[in-house]
Every structure is written in structure tokens, then in C-alpha cells.
Ligand binder design. Structure first.
Ligand code: SF4
Ligand code: SF4
Length: 367
């Protein structure tokens, strides 16, 4: 029996695995739906690297883009920008043709009708004052506005970016989001504007990581993160590999600057392209043009690192559980699994992880 088969003797793991298999393989891209935004956040990768400097095409270019990506076999689109909610008809066109998710600042409500199953990640960078200071010079209660727009909206989850010195805000932000009827996914601040001090990623995310783990314990059905994935992102380690360009898996496969990387033997996502808002040119990766990869703690990109590295996770059932639960988490956030009655829930995922931890402790004799 192969290792994989033996791990799948466990009914809970088998159920997760089968749900993912039924949802099918993902052939993903990202696209900037527009080059404009109604905010200018400090440390936004999009404007820090001048990604908005594009030739704006007319709408027919967008329609042609949709058709050519369908022909290429794309079945999943991460919608970014600029601010996608400023071009809702384009969101609808993507939604009608692909599985997708959208990243928004939450200030313009994305309508429910016609977009009922759209996963919406709303960015938040801290408590009201912190978020407002970093994103609106303290002049607007952005968090409050977005909370109102997405109250009890089951499509919405908060994409909460935490800086190293702000671990003490996590519980309050999370409880506010949960009380609003939404789930929370974490991201880790990169400080591209070089604010330093509490924002400096070089200080490390140890306290942030611990606090996120505590939130997983407290809200197991609302936190879209697992302890192992939290560790991978915050430490930038996956077994013997350290995160960076040479192992990064979500690189535009048609971008000549990446060709040398694809020769180094490390796996990558062979379909991926990060399209600019001209809907034809691509850039190195979704979150960078020339950016120093040391600053990259982007959760979305780390998902792919784990997901394409199944082989590395086959040495033990514990490692396989880490891989499978991360994989399931990605599918769950994107509403590709978990929507049917009886499907594995987020709380089920956390229970699977707890059982794994308990059995590991038994094996090594921890009381
Ligand atoms: S809302 Fe998003 S795209 Fe707009 S400036 Fe802020 S981080 Fe950048
Ligand atoms: S910045 Fe881009 S290329 Fe660099 S590690 Fe992050 S996703 Fe990969």
C-alpha cells in the first residue's frame, strides 16, 4: 500500500481528500481588474511598485481576455487591483465564467444578487485607529464602513494583515469581525513603505503567530487558518526550504524573467499568470515586479507553496495532515468545498489537527 493510501484509511482525512478531488484541480491566474483605487494605503504593493502605470484598454480588451483565458483552460481567478469594487460589472463577468475570489477594501458593497457564491476577502490592517492611520491618514473609519457593508454576509471574510508589533490588537479585531457574522483569514504585514519599528517584518512574527493560534482555539469555526500554515508563513520555512523567489510557486509562467527559475528543479504552478490591468501583459508575480522577496509574507502565495509540495508531506501521517488541511482550507475559503450539507467544516478541520497533535504526543510519550 502506498503511503498516501495508508493515510487515507483515516475516515476524516479520506472525507476531506474526496471533497477536494470532487471539486477538481485548480488552474489559476490573478488579474488586476482595474488600476485605480479609492485609497492609498501605506505599504500597498500595488502602488509601491507602480503597477498602476499601464495603458488603459477599452472594455473589448477585457472581454477578449476572458475568452482567451477560457481557451487556455483557466478555471480559477483571483481578482485583485486596484480596487475591484470600482468595476463591479467586470467582477460579474469573471464570476460568470470562472471560479473566483475577490480582494476588496470593503468600502463599496459588492451586491449579493448575481454574485451569491463569490468569496469576498475584505482587507483590514488593525483596530479602527491603526487601520485608519495606515490607510486613510486617520481621517476615515474604514473598518466601521466595511463592517456595515458586510454584516452577516456569508460570502465575506476579513483578510487581516497584522504587523509584528500589533499582536495585542488581534483579539479585539477578530471578535469584532466574528460578531459581525464573518470569518477571518490572516496576512502578515510587509512594510514596503519602510515605516519601521512596530511595522518592520524583520522583527519577526513570533507574537503574532502565537496570538493567531490562540484565536484558532477560541473561534475554531471562524478562523480560516491552521496552526501549521500559520507557522509556515510566519517563519518562511517548509521542511528544508526557506521561502523566497527560488522556491516561489506562483510566478507568471510566460514572463521571461522567470524562465531561469523554472529550470532550478523546484516545483511551481505551471498554469499561473499574474495579469496587469491592461489584461494582456503579465508581471513577475501577483504581488511584485522587482520587490525584494524577503519582505513577502503574503498568505495567498504561501498557500500555493504548500499545495504544490504534496511529495514533501508524504513522510508521515502528521505531515500529510498538514498538507491536506492547508489544501482544504484554500478550497474552503474559495467556496469550492464546504458548502454542501454534511461537508467538512472549519471546526472539523481544527478537530482533525487536534487529534493529529494528540496522537503525535502519545507516540513520543508526552503526558
Ligand atoms: S485598498 Fe488595496 S489596492 Fe487600494 S491602496 Fe489599499 S492595499 Fe492598495
Ligand atoms: S514577492 Fe512574488 S516572487 Fe517574491 S516570493 Fe513573494 S510571490 Fe514570490
Amino acid at each position: 500500500m502506498t503511503k498516501l493510501k495508508s493515510y487515507l484509511q483515516d475516515p476524516a482525512l479520506k472525507k476531506c481528500y474526496d471533497e477536494i478531488r470532487a471539486a477538481g484541480a485548480i488552474r489559476s491566474i490573478s488579474v488586476d481588474l482595474t488600476h485605480v483605487c479609492n485609497l492609498r494605503c501605506k505599504g500597498c504593493y500595488y502602488f509601491e511598485e507602480g503597477m498602476d502605470a499601464i495603458n488603459v484598454p477599452d472594455e473589448s480588451a477585457f472581454d477578449e481576455f476572458i475568452e482567451s483565458e477560457k481557451e487556455r483552460g483557466t478555471n480559477f481567478v483571483t481578482i485583485v487591483g486596484g480596487e475591484p469594487s470600482m468595476v463591479i460589472p467586470r467582477i460579474k463577468k469573471v464570476y460568470d465564467n470562472f471560479k473566483c475570489n475577490v480582494a476588496t477594501n470593503g468600502l463599496i458593497k459588492i451586491p449579493y444578487e448575481g454574485l451569491e457564491n463569490l468569496p469576498i476577502g475584505i482587507s483590514i490592517w488593525g483596530e479602527r485607529e491603526t487601520d485608519s492611520a495606515l490607510r486613510a491618514n486617520g481621517k476615515r473609519d474604514l473598518f466601521g464602513e466595511a463592517l456595515k457593508n458586510y454584516k452577516n454576509d456569508s460570502r465575506a471574510f476579513w483578510y487581516y494583515t497584522v504587523a509584528p508589533g500589533y499582536a495585542n490588537q488581534i483579539e479585539k479585531v477578530v471578535s469584532t469581525c466574528v460578531e459581525n457574522g464573518n470569518a477571518v483569514l490572516f496576512n502578515y504585514y510587509s512594510d514596503l513603505s519602510e515605516l519601521g519599528d512596530k511595522h518592520d517584518y524583520k522583527a519577526g512574527f513570533h507574537e503574532v503567530r502565537e496570538e493567531i493560534d490562540r484565536m484558532i482555539e477560541k473561534y475554531p469555526d471562524k478562523i480560516l487558518m491552521t496552526p501549521s500554515f500559520n507557522k509556515v508563513i510566519s517563519e518562511g520555512k517548509l521542511f528544508d526550504e526557506s521561502w523566497g523567489y527560488e522556491v516561489c510557486t506562483n510566478l507568471s509562467t510566460n514572463h521571461e524573467n522567470n524562465f531561469e527559475r523554472f529550470e532550478n528543479g523546484n516545483p511551481y504552478n505551471p498554469h499561473f499568470r499574474a495579469y496587469n490591468a491592461d489584461f494582456s501583459s503579465t508581471r513577475r508575480c501577483c504581488t511584485g515586479v522587482n520587490r525584494d522577496c524577503d519582505s513577502c509574507y503574503d498568505t495567498w502565495e504561501h498557500f500555493s507553496w504548500v499545495m504544490v509540495n504534496l511529495k514533501k508531506h508524504l513522510n508521515s501521517k502528521e505531515d500529510f495532515t498538514d498538507w491536506l488541511t492547508t489544501m482544504y482550507l484554500f478550497y474552503y475559503i474559495n467556496r469550492l468545498v464546504g458548502q454542501e450539507d454534511g461537508a467538512t467544516s472549519m471546526a472539523d478541520i481544527q478537530n482533525i489537527i487536534k487529534e493529529k497533535t494528540a496522537s503525535t504526543h502519545q507516540e513520543v510519550g508526552v503526558e
